[in-house]
Design a binder for this molecule. Structure first.
Ligand SMILES: [Fe+2]
Length: 390
């Protein structure tokens, strides 16, 4: 019996999610359920050496499955990582993918599972118009996703973010069936995350929920999910950062992360619009970048979101519920968990703005922002975030 046995469940939307501490032991049976006898475990180079990867592979082998590890995946994965993963899959005659890791590992794994059965190059499946209809669905490999951070929510996402080296741009590759068939969400896998990463990925989860909540589209289901996830984050992120061994905090943050990616089917916004180019061109950490730009983007959107944020403030139990109360809460939360205040502190300087601003305005995430994004106002926002005007 664990102290968090009550935080356990089998959920059936947005996909099959097996949630609870210790459930990584179900990995071999889950692979079999999806018809795999020889899965390729895809993770990133940072995780390659960790005992949990070796343990997951060994558990599969002990259960009579063949299983190899592919880990040539860098943080902010690039197209070449996907291409060599597809080669490894074909050479090993694998029949499915275990997507294991944080956002980089999960996204690369999902892209590899997509690409093993396609003849077109990766970026012909970019999330534009109806390009996803080009996918040969029957060629896609089945995926079990195992998140090891709580932020990206990529385990329940239908897309992968991969860098196109020709344009130094992060591109979103999309197909509805990129949603993993089964997720094993085991918060014990996140116990070893250091405080700074816990904080940064936790703020990514907050940005997903907050941007989805603020996006103007009609999707009350996503709205409700985002609201409760933000309550969980407000309560548990500071605890998880302060005490990484608190399994209850780890569980609630993992749930909030999964909820964020479920909610952002409703749309994202300028936080992600600003963050993607900075990550692609300058290699800044995705969640950390979202966290740094978050207050300025809220102010930029203020007129369009005052009512919504007043409702959020009430739900979070903030004193004098208002837009300002949410803004103050975000600023205090960031300070409490050690997020830098300016983009300058994470390596974005003013001379990069001219290159980044048009990329931000053209980023698909900005399509969900409640205020239209242009190269001009994105340049202004970058400047504000670099100088720390707030
Ligand atoms: Fe994100």
């Amino acid at each position: 019996m664990s102290a968090i046995d009550h935080l356990k469940g089998d959920w059936n939307y947005p996909t099959a999610v097996r949630f609870g501490a210790g459930r990584i032991t179900e990995l071999p049976d889950t692979c079999r359920e999806l018809g795999m006898r020889n899965p390729l475990l895809v993770t990133d180079e940072g995780l390659r050496q960790l005992p949990m990867v070796a343990a997951a592979r060994q558990a599969c082998i002990d259960a009579g499955l063949a299983c190899a590890v592919y880990a040539d995946v860098q943080g902010n994965p690039v197209e070449a990582n996907v291409i060599s993963g597809v080669l490894a899959y074909r050479e090993g005659e694998h029949d499915g993918v275990i997507a294991f890791g944080g956002g980089s590992g999960l996204d690369a794994a999902k892209a590899i599972a997509l690409m093993v059965g396609q003849s077109r190059p990766l970026f012909e499946f970019e999330d534009r118009d109806d390009w996803y209809t080009r996918v040969r669905v029957e060629g896609m490999a089945p995926v079990v996703a195992v998140p090891t951070t709580s932020g990206t929510g990529s385990e329940v996402g239908r897309a992968a973010v991969i860098i196109d080296p020709r344009e130094h741009a992060k591109k979103i590759v999309f197909h509805p069936k990129m949603l993993p068939a089964i997720v094993i969400a085991d918060p014990e896998l996140t116990l070893g995350l250091p405080a700074d990463i816990t904080a940064a990925v936790g703020m990514d989860a907050l940005s997903h929920n907050l941007e989805a909540f603020c996006s103007p589209f009609y999707h009350p289901m996503a709205q409700g999910i985002a609201l409760e996830a933000m309550r969980l984050i407000s309560e548990w992120l500071p605890i998880g950062v302060r005490d990484g061994s608190n399994l209850e905090a780890r569980a609630h943050m993992m749930a909030a992360s999964t909820m964020g990616a479920t909610a952002f089917q409703k749309g994202l916004g300028a936080m992600h619009g600003l963050s993607h180019p900075a990550g692609a061109v300058l290699g800044t950490h995705h969640g950390l970048t979202n966290a740094v730009v978050m207050p300025d983007v809220l102010v930029f959107n203020r007129k369009a979101i005052e009512g919504k944020l007043t409702g959020l403030a009430r739900y979070l139990g903030l004193a004098r519920p208002s837009f300002q109360a949410v803004l103050d809460w975000v600023l205090a939360l960031r300070e409490q968990i050690g997020i830098p205040h300016t983009l300058k502190e994470i390596g974005v300087s003013e001379d990069a703005v001219e290159q980044l601003a048009p990329m931000a305005a053209g980023d698909p995430s900005c399509g969900g922002n409640p205020v239209p994004c242009s190269a001009e106002n994105m340049a202004q926002l970058y400047q504000n975030c670099i100088r720390g005007k707030l």
